[in-house]
Design a protein around this ligand. Sequence first.
Ligand SMILES: [Ca+2]
Ligand SMILES: [Ca+2]
Ligand SMILES: [Ca+2]
Length: 284
Amino acid sequence: MQSYAQTGPFTLTRALALASACALTQSSLASFHVMQIEQVMVSLDGDNTVQAIQLRMRSSFQNQLQFAKLVVRNAQGLNPITVVDFTTGVPVSASGSRILVVSPNFAANCNPTAVPNFTMTNLIPASYFAAGRLSFEADGGTVYWSVSWGGAAYTGPQTGDFTNDSNGNFGPAIAGAFPTAGTSAYRFSGTATAASTTNAADYRTVTSNVTFTNNAGNSFVVVLPPPPRCVGDYNQDGGFDGADVEAFFVDWEAGQSDADVNEDGGVDGGDVEVFFTRWESGSC
Ligand SMILES: [Ca+2]
Ligand SMILES: [Ca+2]
Ligand SMILES: [Ca+2]
């Protein structure tokens, strides 16, 4: 017992020193700088509340997002808006791992419903779509990745740290305004470990099968919402005729939810009125 009591403090000191050394090694390995902005979407067929940004780690242990933020600026590189100021890291830190940042309305417009890692605090405003800049920055403001768009219409800074671009200049900007029609996004063409050369050369517009991936490696395909149903053309064949009346009453008599054309939760006389009003007017 006596020898245990004597070695106890010594053991504790060593254990503390070892723990401290481990923490130091971990913090020097774990970082966030070696990162791409891999894909950005600002609108789903004109719905500017559906936005997403996907980051990708160019090497391992780049998961300490709490030290970083995403900032968007206007065509002159002014009026910065913090899209998200990360406050936590992400669990998966293998090279090539993604981080998914989305607007509150994004998840429901995916198949399957998206599971993001972070939610945007502020959206990218529509007034920045023609030309602007999105940057991945340290909390202190050092730019580690930059994407600008709008071609010559973007006149602000495009420079940043050399970690992810050998000349520290991410410009010139991607030609043209941000795509907003249908499902569309700007996507980095390089491999997981690739650095930036120029935004104009590195990014392409993707318009089909636009897919975002979260940190766990789960992927979500962006889907267009179904067009609103045409109430008057009840059978949706393009014409307004007796077949619509017949189809409506078959559903209505059966109490089918399709016949709830005034969308009040019940199938009753109110629906007959709404159906005939639309049908007679020959409008949806
Ligand atoms: Ca460059
Ligand atoms: Ca019809
Ligand atoms: Ca109803």
